[in-house]
Write a protein of this length. Structure first.
Length: 302
């Protein structure tokens, strides 16, 4: 019985992680969109206000729902629903609901439409998602704010150039290990499935091979790809991110590594291009989205 309880909690954790990924990504994407319309001074002030607002929301949740209070300290622990003291803090009726919940019944679309729709069957589920999303978002906001102070100090230091010490020779350090900017967890068979997906959806102007897609996720393309439909590309990457196959900040990875060109102008897709396409894809599904949904479901089945 103990093994069944633990197994079910870990499966529920996977669902919760996907919901957190979606919620966090939505907030970060919205912030990047707002940055396009604010001056540096306005953005700095906005970040400070947002930090206060999010902090107030986190505290309000912790005060109202004592059972989730300690999750902020445990949320970075894998499978924190099981590994933390959360299970013990639930009353007997609440524990039973988690134990008997069938994870196959969970519908992400229904959750996204109404986040609290599963709270009766999984007590505090949407509350936990909100608490974790807000906590991660707060940390992100604080990082963004600190960059302004770092940049300000760096700018002042650059006013007077430092004299070069010719007596000291510096040799660049050799970085060892495998780089993985996308933080991809995709296995070979999953990339093969995605290759079929992008080709069937005519996502790029050329047919891609499994090797090309593998090199893409490793940021080691021998050339570049040219996209047919940026919104469809954004929809695919958004789904992969939502289910933790790639990093939340996939837009920055594509833009920074200049992996994909626009179809018309032939210029590299920017972070703004991808952020705008993602926002549009959330509101109006792009043509061909059903092909992506079909393959994402196959990915989830393993």
């Amino acid at each position: 019985m103990e093994n069944h309880i633990e197994t079910n909690f870990r499966e529920i954790q996977k669902i919760l992680d996907s919901c957190v990924s979606h919620g966090y990504k939505t907030k970060v994407d919205a912030l990047f969109l707002k940055r396009e319309y604010l001056t540096q001074a306005q953005l700095k002030d906005y970040l400070r206000q947002e930090i206060f607002r999010v902090t107030e929301n986190i505290v309000a949740i912790q005060q109202k729902y004592r059972v989730v209070r300690d999750i902020v300290q445990d949320m970075d622990v894998p499978d924190f629903l099981w590994e933390s003291g959360y299970f013990e803090d639930l009353n007997s009726d609440e524990r039973k609901k988690y134990i008997v919940f069938r994870c196959s019944d969970f519908d992400m679309d229904a959750y996204l439409h109404e986040p609290s729709c599963y709270d009766e069957r999984l007590p505090y589920f949407s509350i936990i998602v909100s608490l974790v999303v807000l906590s991660k978002y707060l940390y992100f906001l604080q990082e963004q704010e600190s960059k302004y102070y770092t940049d300000s100090v760096a700018t002042k230091e650059q006013v007077l150039p430092k004299e070069k010490d010719e007596s000291v020779e510096t040799t660049p350090a050799k970085i060892v290990g495998k780089s993985n900017p996308f933080k991809s967890t995709l296995k070979a068979n999953e990339i093969k499935l995605l290759t079929e997906c992008v080709n069937e959806a005519n996502m790029f102007t050329t047919t891609v091979s499994t090797k090309i897609l593998t090199d893409f996720f490793n940021c080691k393309l021998d050339g570049v790809l040219k996209v047919n439909n940026t919104r469809l590309l954004a929809y695919l990457m958004m789904q992969l991110s939502c289910y933790n196959y790639i990093v939340y900040e996939w837009q920055s990875v594509i833009a920074n590594n200049k992996l994909i060109l626009k179809k018309i102008k032939g210029e590299p897709l920017t972070r703004t291009d991808l952020s705008s396409a993602t926002d549009q894809a959330k509101n109006i599904y792009p043509k061909g989205y059903e092909i992506i949904d079909k393959y994402i479901k196959q990915l989830q089945k393993g």
